[in-house]
Design a protein around this ligand. Structure first.
Ligand code: SF4
Length: 314
């Protein structure tokens, strides 16, 4: 399995070299909004799913290529901290490069001392907090048995107490679920205890397959910014875009991105236009070749946005 992908343009981390340390899909939660589809069976035991040296070697090779990389980002096809060698990988990566290291996580295992210790040397940790009450937490994040809301918040608080890097909490705002004044005040109450450096407000712009997951209104986004900014600086990143830097391996690059999340067709076209500014005809041919490869299919949502997903997905 190829673990390293990108660099891709990330909403929060600029040019981010992704490192996926998990087999899909391995997660402690089964979020309503998950872009990876349903968690068929939650995974709760940490394991070294792949040899750590194999992953480190891929990172070493990737940073040897002449690409601009702002962050090396550990992100799993599921919950990243389920990978047992994560602390070792962070430490070894920092020995071979000065590029800062980030970890994207749902934060569910921060209640475990070993996991908190392993993340201490990351430059930024980005856990999730989507609810301010046990009821909404169960409804939105649908965790494995034993992963209660109280345990989640306590883990985040305990981590904050020992972590000196950047703690950026991600709040996924979902229409009709956590975007009311009351729900947002509850989230703000939990954030007050956690004391993050910033809160990243994100929206379910990618298809999850669940009809209950709808984009919040502009008014709800403004409300969330207002309520949560009483506790921490709120960043509402612009919609992401991808970038392609190597025309030689476009099929593999697109495959590595769509394996992790559906790709908006306009993002793909924009990235190809940027890569081949003097060859507009070639962009159309590449799109055709990608479709003819049989590895992708397109899905059109009710708002007419077209997404690319792996052909095997339903
Ligand atoms: S924590 Fe992330 S990977 Fe796991 S179910 Fe939720 S959105 Fe999906």
């Amino acid at each position: 399995m190829k673990h390293v992908f990108g660099p891709v343009s990330s909403r929060r981390l600029g040019q981010s070299l992704g490192v996926d340390v998990l087999p899909p899909k391995s997660c402690t939660w089964n979020c309503l909004y998950c872009q990876l589809g349903r968690t068929r069976e939650c995974v709760t035991e940490r394991r070294e799913f792949f040899p750590r040296e194999e992953i480190l070697e891929e990172i070493r090779q990737a940073i040897g290529n002449p690409h601009a990389i702002d962050w090396i980002t550990f992100v799993g096809s599921g919950e990243t901290t389920l990978y047992k060698g994560l602390g070792w990988l962070i430490g070894e990566t920092k020995k071979i490069t000065d590029i800062p290291v980030a970890v994207i996580t749902n934060g569910s295992l921060l209640s475990v001392e070993e996991v908190r210790q392993e993340l201490l040397h990351a430059d930024a940790v980005l856990p999730s907090l989507n609810a301010g009450s046990p009821e909404l937490f169960m409804r939105i994040d649908r965790p494995a048995a034993g992963f209660s809301y109280e345990r989640h918040v306590e883990g985040l608080v305990e981590f904050r107490n020992v972590y000196r890097g950047k703690l950026w909490i991600e709040v996924m705002l979902i229409d009709g679920l956590n975007d009311s004044v009351e729900a947002l005040q509850d989230i703000a109450g939990a954030l007050e205890k956690i004391r993050p450096d910033t809160v990243h407000l994100v929206l379910p712009t990618r298809p999850s397959g669940d009809a209950d997951v709808r984009l919040p209104s502009d008014e709800a986004v403004a409300r969330a910014r207002l309520v949560l900014s009483r506790v921490a600086k709120v960043v509402h990143p612009a919609k992401g875009s991808m970038s392609l830097r190597d025309p030689g391996d476009i099929i593999e690059t697109v495959a590595s991105i769509t394996r992790r999340h559906p790709l908006q067709e306009h993002e793909l076209r924009h990235a190809l236009d940027e890569l081949l500014p003097d060859e507009p005809g070639r962009v159309g041919r590449i799109i055709e070749q990608l479709l003819e490869s049989g590895r992708f299919k397109t899905v059109t949502l009710p708002d007419n946005e077209v997404y690319w997903v792996p052909a095997r997905e339903s």
